[in-house]
Design a protein around this ligand. Structure first.
Ligand SMILES: CC(C)(COP(=O)(O)OP(=O)(O)OC[C@H]1O[C@@H](n2cnc3c(N)ncnc32)[C@H](O)[C@@H]1OP(=O)(O)O)[C@@H](O)C(=O)NCCC(=O)NCCS
Length: 194
């Protein structure tokens, strides 16, 4: 079980729960076709964006398997993206993370910086043993984030599903708690339990 109680400050960013006032910032990038290209959702409309935002405001606690922790990434008062961590298995201590950013703020290392905090929470606070990340094989930006974090590519599933009307391939990356503890990003990771 993990409850997110107070905002986390990274070198340049604040990770905090979504609030209803984030609607315009969120729609600014989540309505873009280039952002949704490799996501399961379509570009958001004002209506479904508002519904999704309302759901995200409650995604601050991991109580049971399949619960998601979803955090807004705030740069000087503007939401420039979000990161999430899904609790896949309590028994096996597995999780999955993800990240989505406004293209106007890409190419500056913000996604890597914020995603590293989700690894820190997953391993350090929730006590996960393994965290995975998945991306479309054509989503090189996403794969590069996971490589920069020191994750290992464990699989390339070729044409494993029909994604947005065509055969899609998927890369699976993973990191173990022991690998996180050994990573320079963890800074020692004294809280890790696995
Ligand atoms: C995936 C996604 C988050 C990657 O964003 P990104 O901006 O490339 O990633 P980062 O913020 O970590 O930035 C990394 C880039 O910034 C550069 N950079 C500049 N300043 C930097 C700094 N201070 N620290 C680290 N990197 C820096 C890096 O060299 C790197 O460039 P490169 O990709 O040319 O090697 C983004 O493309 C996205 O939101 N896509 C749409 C949603 C999506 O597909 N999400 C993933 C679903 S699986």
């Amino acid at each position: 079980m993990f409850q997110f109680t107070k905002p986390v400050e990274t070198a340049r960013l604040t990770l905090r729960p979504f609030a209803l006032g984030d609607e315009a910032d969120m729609l600014e990038f989540e309505s873009r076709p280039d952002v949704a290209r490799y996501l399961y959702n379509e570009p958001r409309t004002p209506e479904n964006n508002a519904k999704e935002l309302a759901a995200r405001t409650a995604q601050t606690v991991l109580l049971a398997e399949k619960d998601a922790l979803t955090l807004a990434v705030d740069l000087d008062g503007k939401v420039i993206g979000y990161v999430l961590l899904v609790w896949l298995s309590e028994e096996h201590r597995q999780g999955e993370f993800g990240f989505v950013f406004n293209p106007e703020f890409q190419g500056r290392g913000y996604a890597t910086e914020a995603a590293a905090e989700m690894l820190r929470i997953g391993f350090g606070k929730l006590g996960l043993h393994r965290i995975i990340g998945r991306c479309d094989v054509r989503n090189t930006g996403s794969a590069r984030v996971m490589e920069r974090l020191g994750m290992r590519q464990e699989a390339h599933f070729r044409e494993a599903e029909i994604f947005k009307g065509e055969w899609g391939g998927e890369l699976h990356f993973a990191m173990l708690a022991s690998e996180w503890r050994a990573s320079p990003l963890s800074g020692g990771a004294e809280e890790a339990t696995a």
